[in-house]
Write a protein that binds this ligand. Structure first.
Ligand code: SIN
Length: 344
């Protein structure tokens, strides 16, 4: 975790409070001045780390296009894809400090700021994206979206990427095959425990560094969605990909709370409508894009893709299940039970 993110999660709360108050005063001035004849459009800087053709990349562009159409001259959105502006850790911190106004960061990467999001990383909890959708629309939705508001992040909604698969130098039909391999993972203690449970060595690493780490052998293996494996070309440097569908990768659409509350009411309401429309659209697109990514990876002939049998899947599930017990108290047994309810 970078130093500034540590600041947010600990001592920096006081600093953030100062920014929140400062931001409130500033945004109140924007709001008051919105009736004047020379007001500048409100700028929303929106950095993210995947390419423009991924589920998140397309959703961010659609958000920008709809804002331009419906709030022309009042709000401008600048999307920075592919980690051009900053990596995910930096974007969380930049949002809290008001340097960018919107992010769509992997749920796993909020690990240091809230334990509640760890539910999304529990292996084999959600069987598919429909189960995740039911959970995200359920009783815990607002609790999850507001769980970091004191730390400078307000959640507006969730976007899918997809289900994660394992890739490495060998097929991983049995977790035994993972023993001793160095796995790149996102910044998440649940994912770390998951790799330890299968005898691997977890290495937390930023997304933009993964291709090179696989290419040079700094890590042997990784987990990601078909969309990310395809768009970031991980399949070119992984001899084998195994269809494990063992975990979920999705995003929190987050804004800075003081920026958000300081917006003129009509603008905030329109932006909420747009986020909600884009979220429904993006979640459908994500399913198609992952399917397309898998087909293109197979067609490339650059790697071997192996499915799991039902029996192999059971062994995987049993091997990883102890990870749930390690995090149940931190996440909250009620939240896990709700996620299980959405999954049955
Ligand atoms: C992303 O999809 O935003 C990146 C996920 C990762 O770091 O693996």
């Amino acid at each position: 975790m970078n130093k500034k993110l540590q600041l947010i999660s600990g001592r920096g709360l006081a600093v953030i409070a100062k920014y929140l108050i400062g931001g409130f005063v500033l945004s109140s001035l924007i709001a008051c001045g919105s009736g004047s004849s020379v007001s500048e459009p409100i700028l929303i800087k929106f950095p993210h780390v995947t390419s423009p053709t991924t589920p998140k990349g397309l959703a961010a562009q659609r958000f920008r296009d709809l804002v331009e159409e419906r709030l022309a001259g009042r709000v401008t959105v600048e999307v920075y894809p592919s980690g051009q502006l900053m990596n995910d850790d930096d974007s969380i911190e930049a949002l809290a400090f008001g340097e960018v106004q919107m992010i769509a960061t992997s749920l796993s990467k909020f690990d240091r700021l809230t334990n509640k999001f760890q539910v999304f990383d529990l292996p084999f909890l959600f069987p598919d994206l429909e189960a995740v959708e039911r959970f995200q629309a359920g009783a815990s939705r607002e609790i999850l979206l507001e769980s970091m508001s004191l730390r400078g992040l307000k959640g507006l909604g969730f976007w899918h990427n997809g289900m994660k698969q394992f890739g490495g130098p060998v097929p991983m039909n049995n977790p035994e095959a993972a023993k001793g391999l160095k796995f790149r993972i996102m910044e998440s203690d649940v994912l770390q425990a998951q790799i330890l449970a299968i005898g691997g060595s977890p290495q937390k690493m930023a997304f933009v560094e993964v291709y090179q780490a696989l290419q040079t052998g700094a890590v042997d293996a990784q987990e990601n969605t078909w969309s990310n494996i395809y768009s970031s070309k991980f399949y070119e440097v992984q001899k084998h990909l195994t269809m494990t569908n063992h975990g979920y990768l999705g995003y929190l659409i987050a804004v800075n709370p003081s920026f958000w509350s300081g917006l003129p009411d009509d603008i905030r309401t329109e932006l909420e409508t747009i986020v909600s429309e884009v979220s429904s659209w993006a979640n459908q697109q994500a399913k198609l894009i992952n399917k397309d990514g898998l087909e293109k990876i197979i067609a490339s002939g650059r790697t071997e893709v192996t499915p799991l049998t039902d029996q192999e899947l059971k062994v995987w599930q049993q091997t990883m299940r102890p990870v749930w017990d390690k995090f149940a108290d931190k996440i909250g047994v009620d939240i896990i039970a709700e996620a299980q309810g959405a999954s049955n």
